[in-house]
Ligand binder design. Structure first.
Ligand SMILES: *Cc1c(COP(=O)(O)O)cnc(C)c1O
Length: 401
């Protein structure tokens, strides 16, 4: 997919627009599975919340991926994409017993992350296999917004509550078929992950009928120059050896499962916007684009730094810009960023726009959410139409006054 292809897409479908490169997703999927080729049974469940377009789910499923879902609606999207229920795991947090029962009716694997629901579910449905999400209390990365395995996190059942988990399992006679952890979204250090894995292995010894161990995700991909990336090959080598050793001592060939979102789709995505206004002020040069945090909120929410490239002027002399949006709110995408000279009408591309970008988009300022295109087999396929005014009105009820 070249910059010329991208410019062609904005001419054909307009801007702002999200574009995803299918071959990059395939490349990442193969990298991950290759890293674990020494383990007999490996399951990659793609985290649907990263990018939930049905065509993207179909694509990832065509590579062999199952789906990791966090809401009943995501379960439905995965089913809509043709993924069989047996390849879907449902890992919600803080949902009602009723929603979990609905997931069971749909035939998906459930994952329970609190003692209250575990006890209620086990009492009512002792024969339905359940996975347990534990919190190993390992701090991944330094950002507490995206670190979910530490002591103050709301996710998972504390590893220190193992005696209580065992009491519930024994009293209800329920069947625990999997143990899960998801330590966060920012694993910089393989040793930290391996340390957390040891806690999972220890937890696993408390259950006799396990079928799988789910190590969640947290694989880091580079966003800006100089970022470290999880060395997936080294990680695969180390964890595979340890996993195989564990299976031997457990006395059974278990399945090793993962649920990557970002790793599979982040780098495959680009977000294309058009520059409406170039505004010189006393302190900076603003490039104002036809978007805002209504379309891409990660820079404002997490301070994420997405590379920005002026694809209309790739050879342009670099200058410093503040790239901002058009909504009535401070919506700064980047400050003091060196970008090839920007002219009004230029198309800018935000990199790493595959994960947690479109899925976090909103209609704030009554703007339409962008269109989405999948670049697949050298062709642009529109996979979501741009919204229209009817979409804004769809569920509104205009009363007679
Ligand atoms: C969000 C989430 C993931 C995916 O995390 P990434 O950082 O995108 O890979 C995996 N598992 C669970 C339970 C999640 O909530």
């Amino acid at each position: 997919m070249t910059n010329q292809d991208l410019l062609g897409i904005t001419r054909e479908f307009g801007s702002p627009i999200y574009v995803y490169d299918a071959s990059k997703m395939e490349f990442q999927y193969n990298r991950l599975t290759n890293a674990f080729k020494k383990v007999k049974k490996v399951k990659v469940n793609y985290a649907v919340k990263a990018l939930s377009n049905v065509s993207v789910l179909k694509l990832l499923h065509s590579f062999g991926a199952g789906m990791d879902t966090v809401s009943i609606q995501e379960v439905k999207l995965a089913l809509e994409a043709g993924v069989p229920p047996s390849m879907i795991i449902y890992t919600p947090n803080g949902v009602s017993l009723e929603e979990i029962e609905r997931a069971v009716e749909m035939g998906v694997q459930i994952n329970i992350d609190n003692l209250s629901i575990l006890e209620q579910f086990g009492t009512k449905h002792p024969s339905i296999p359940v996975c347990i999400r534990i919190n190993p209390h390992v701090m991944a990365g330094g950002n507490t917004n995206i670190s979910v395995g530490h002591i103050d996190s709301k996710f998972g059942i504390s590893i220190h509550q193992m005696p209580h988990i065992e009491r519930i399992v024994k009293n209800t006679g329920m069947n625990i078929n999997g143990i899960h952890m998801h330590t966060g979204s920012d694993i910089l250090d393989i040793d930290v992950f391996l340390y957390a894995s040891e806690i999972l292995f220890e937890a696993a010894t408390h259950f006799k009928d396990l079928e799988f161990l789910d190590f969640g995700s947290g694989f880091k991909v580079p966003y800006k120059e100089g970022d470290i990336e999880t060395n997936i090959e080294e990680f695969g080598e180390k964890l595979s050896a340890r996993f195989n050793e564990f299976c031997k001592s457990y006395g059974k060939e278990l399945t090793l499962a993962f649920e990557p979102g970002k790793f599979l789709v982040s780098e495959a995505g680009q977000f294309l916007v058009k520059v409406n206004v170039v505004k010189q002020t006393t302190s900076t040069v603003f490039a104002q684009v036809d978007s805002g945090f209504n379309h891409l909120i990660r820079p404002m929410l997490y301070g994420s730094q997405h590379e920005i490239e002026n694809i209309s002027n790739p050879k342009g002399k670099e200058r410093f810009y503040s790239v901002v949006g058009y909504i009535c709110e401070t919506d700064t995408f980047a400050n003091n960023r060196r970008i090839g000279e920007i002219r009004e009408g230029d198309i800018l591309s935000f990199h790493n726009a595959g994960a947690y970008c479109f899925t976090m988009a909103s209609n704030y300022n009554s703007r339409y959410r962008p269109a989405e295109v999948l670049w697949y087999q050298d062709k642009a396929h529109l996979i979501r139409k741009r919204e229209t005014f009817d979409d804004l009105l769809r569920n509104q009820v205009s009363i007679t006054l």
